[in-house]
Design a protein around this ligand. Structure first.
Ligand code: NAD
Length: 302
């Protein structure tokens, strides 16, 4: 079996001071990558600031014989994002891999959610992904090579009580990925999204206690490292995982039904009378661009 190597590659992992991100950083370094370990060192809710989270992982990597450097900037500002990428380029002259992983939680049922809770969570996850990915893609485009991973969540994909801010931010990244895969495919840049599951401080009071030993953060790492490998040719896809299960998730559309002739008005009763066919996901398929949805409307567009 040939080994997947990251020798000669430079990687940035955000939120790598603990939890799942730490596993990505350790394994990338073990396999030869030089790693920027970014972490602001905040609480689960995004408060405080502590350099020891990033420093601890950098120490672990260096003690094991690898190369790493800490970066304590927040992903949630453009200045922070630029600094994180600059750290990689200034230190090692290039950037090949970006794993957007930093995250916080401010769970609250929707009617009680404050504007601050909305802004903080979307600011770290969604705006943060923009702030780090834009400077990263500038460098990757120049080098005609790159691997980017966004971190979504089953909460966004399928829903979770009290996480409208978090779920919206996580799904927003999938919208970003869908456009980016088109903008950057010609530069040999592969951009994918994962929805991991792990026992961490983020989930310790959500997952049942007996899941602790099963949902090890490590189990998320091999899928993400594969997506970051040079041999990976997949782009624009979503992978869901946990406890050693790996699968793909996708947004699909059903065949639907054409009503009318693209000229006469259509009534609400016609929708009611056809709701079963409209709602059916039989023969559902994925679309690789917004334009491909027009294929359903073919009979109406003649
Ligand atoms: P974690 O809390 O253990 O680690 C997140 C890290 O991000 C922390 O070290 C924190 O300091 C850092 N961070 C937070 N805000 C930051 C900022 N503005 N700038 C830089 N660093 C910042 O969480 P985890 O469980 O390892 O989760 C990692 C990612 O996976 C998150 O994006 C999370 O939403 C996602 N996720 C986790 C699970 C799970 O089951 N644990 C499920 C779905 C998605």
């Amino acid at each position: 079996m040939t080994q997947i190597s990251f020798e000669g590659k430079v990687a940035v992992v955000t939120g790598a001071g603990q939890g799942i991100g730490r596993m990505y950083a350790l394994e990338l370094a073990k396999r030869g990558a030089k790693v920027v370990v970014n972490d602001l060192g905040v609480s689960r809710e995004g408060t405080g600031k502590d350099t020891s989270a990033a420093d601890g992982v950098v120490d672990e990597i260096i003690k094991a014989g690898g190369s790493a450097i800490a970066c304590y900037d927040s992903v949630a500002t453009m200045e922070g994002g630029k600094n994180i990428i600059k750290k990689a380029v200034d230190t090692w002259g290039r950037l090949d891999i970006l794993i957007n992983n930093a995250g916080i939680l401010r769970d609250r049922s929707f009617l009680k959610m404050t504007e601050e809770e909305w802004d903080l969570v979307t600011g770290v996850h969604l705006k943060g992904a923009f702030c780090v990915t834009q400077p990263a893609l500038k460098v990757m485009k120049e080098n005609n090579y790159g691997r980017v991973v966004f971190t979504a969540s089953a909460s966004g994909l399928y829903g979770n009580f009290g996480q409208t801010n978090y779920g919206a931010a996580k799904m927003g990244m999938i919208g970003m990925m869908n456009s980016l895969k088109q903008e950057f495919s010609k530069y040999n840049i592969k951009i994918n999204t994962v929805a991991p599951t792990a026992w961490s401080r983020m989930t310790a009071d959500v997952l049942p206690p007996d899941f602790k030993d099963k949902f090890k953060p490590q189990f998320n790492e091999p899928m993400v490292l594969y997506l970051c490998a040079e041999e990976n040719s997949i782009t624009g896809e979503i992978f869901v995982m946990g406890a050693g299960w790996y699968g793909r998730s996708a947004i699909v559309s059903g065949d639907g039904i054409c009503i009318g002739d693209a000229d006469r008005a259509i009534s609400v009763e016609e929708i009611r009378d056809n709701i079963e066919a409209i709602s059916s996901l039989e023969n559902s398929r994925e679309h690789d661009s917004a334009l491909s949805v027009f294929s359903y409307m073919g009979p109406l567009l003649k």
